[in-house]
Ligand binder design. Structure first.
Ligand code: MN
Ligand code: MN
Length: 455
């Protein structure tokens, strides 16, 4: 309501800075198609800015730049502040998993001259959006001898892509009468892998040929797929969107757009009073559970390690640190789509171009499952945004009883820290091609930097 379109305030110098920043982001999501790829990119960026892995430190002092990785899927970067860690951190937390199709453990089969690969979708998707588009295969295959094979097929220009077929319109009389949730069903999301039979194969020659290709290129057997983690994602790079290039179209803005801006805000803030942190978590789209999700003890363990390296360790200091921590749960908001106005309540909606978006609460129905941020805390944040000339807006996820969703905010809130959701508005959320405004990406980055300076 009180928000303004950010584009109107920029001078030429700032516009250039904004577009340059977004080039870095486009490169990040073009290559960071999975949580593992995002961790690799985050680590490389951190090293480039002088960060070192936590386990290489014997003591920690102010100004030290530290990072830690959990199982290749969960990343945290810290800059040690002037204040002791015990006095609290300034945390930006985003997730680096995105909706996709995971390959099953026994995936390959042959039918009518094709080899196909069976998948199980991950996160909330409209299944019909994932057919008839070029797809890529990413992930790891872990062998019994302890070696791990990295797979990345479908991105280089000479690489083949894969995909999922849909029925031709000419024969779709029955299909077109089905509800959208049934037009394409989960078990139909099988990827076409090939169609040349291996000469002299006893049975299932096409599948045998695909297995031969996997063996020749990656040294893996069919049985090795039992211990694999392969993800099917849209192929291709992020692109400028709109004739004015004001937006970015790409896969995985939710939530890599907040992950990138949060990470860069920390990497670009060398001097801080309070220890600043960007934590990038996995598994948000499936409930944040498990070893690499926001519910994991890992983050707490890392902070405990750091307190131990800074000071005489005590459990109480760790608890003090968490209680005094201020956090932004950096996650995307649902942007108002001009073609679907009915789902929003216009005064409390996120508009592309109006800057970083705060959600006091998320959840569904009667705010079910939400972290409802304290207004005392949001007042502090508003001041930080205004003092730093950041365009910001507030929103909720659609009109009351329209639907809903959650973020990691409540999980860290359980430590009794102050947390509010703050992110970037997205169109087409969870579709293979999502849209964000470059102005929002830039305002979020600057807003996150302003937050890290919070007293
Ligand atoms: Mn999200
Ligand atoms: Mn999501």
């Amino acid at each position: 309501m009180y928000a303004k379109n950010a584009w109107e305030k920029y001078d030429e110098k700032e516009l250039k800075e904004l577009f340059d920043f977004c080039e870095g982001y486009k490169e990040f999501i073009s290559n960071g198609k999975t949580e593992r790829e995002c961790v690799k990119l985050a680590e490389a960026k951190a090293i480039e800015k002088g960060f070192k892995e936590l386990k290489t430190f014997k003591t920690l002092k102010k100004g030290d730049k530290v990072y830690a990785i959990n199982k290749g899927k969960n990343f945290a970067a810290f800059i040690i502040g002037k204040e002791k860690i015990e006095n609290g951190l300034r945390v930006l937390g985003a997730h680096i998993d995105s909706p996709r199709l995971d390959v099953k453990q026994n995936p390959l089969y042959e039918s009518t001259g094709f080899c196909l690969m069976d998948t199980h979708y991950y996160g909330g998707i409209k299944k019909y959006q994932w057919v008839t588009i070029p797809l890529a295969i990413y992930g790891v295959v872990c062998k019994k001898d302890g070696t791990k094979v990295d797979i990345r097929i479908g991105e280089d220009k000479d690489d083949p892509v894969v995909g999922i077929t849909d029925l031709l319109i000419h024969l779709s009389a029955d299909q077109m009468t089905k509800p959208a949730s049934k037009v394409i069903e989960g078990e139909q999301l099988d990827v076409s892998m090939g169609s040349i039979p291996l000469k002299d194969a006893e049975k299932e020659g096409v599948k045998a040929n695909i297995l031969k290709i996997l063996k020749d290129k990656y040294g893996i057997e069919e049985e090795d797929l039992l211990s694999s983690e392969l993800e099917i994602v849209p192929a291709g790079i992020a692109r400028d969107y709109g004739l004015d290039k004001s937006m970015v179209a790409g896969y995985g803005h939710d939530d890599r757009v907040c992950a990138y801006t949060s990470l860069m805000a920390v990497l670009d803030s060398p001097k801080v009073d309070y220890t600043s942190c960007a934590i990038l978590v996995d598994k948000e789209e499936v409930g944040s559970i498990g070893a690499t999700g926001a519910h994991s003890k890992w983050f707490e363990n890392v902070v405990a390690e750091m307190i131990n390296l800074q000071d005489e360790y005590s459990d109480l200091k760790v608890r003090h640190a968490f209680e005094a921590t201020k956090m932004l749960s950096s996650d995307v908001s649902a942007g108002v789509d001009p073609l679907f106005l009915g789902v929003n309540e216009s005064k409390n909606s996120a508009y592309l171009g109006n800057g970083i978006c705060f959600n006091k609460f998320t959840g569904s129905r009667g705010k079910g499952g939400c972290n409802d941020a304290n207004p005392e805390y949001f007042a502090e944040i508003r001041k930080a945004m205004d003092d730093n000339n950041i365009n910001y807006q507030t929103a909720e996820l659609g009109k009351v009883d329209q639907g809903g969703g959650g973020t990691i905010a409540y999980i860290l809130g359980n430590y009794n820290m102050n947390v509010i959701d703050a992110g970037i508005a997205v169109l087409n959320m969870h579709a293979p091609m999502e849209i964000v405004s470059k102005a929002d990406v830039y305002e979020a980055y600057k807003g996150y930097k302003a937050f890290l300076k919070l007293k």
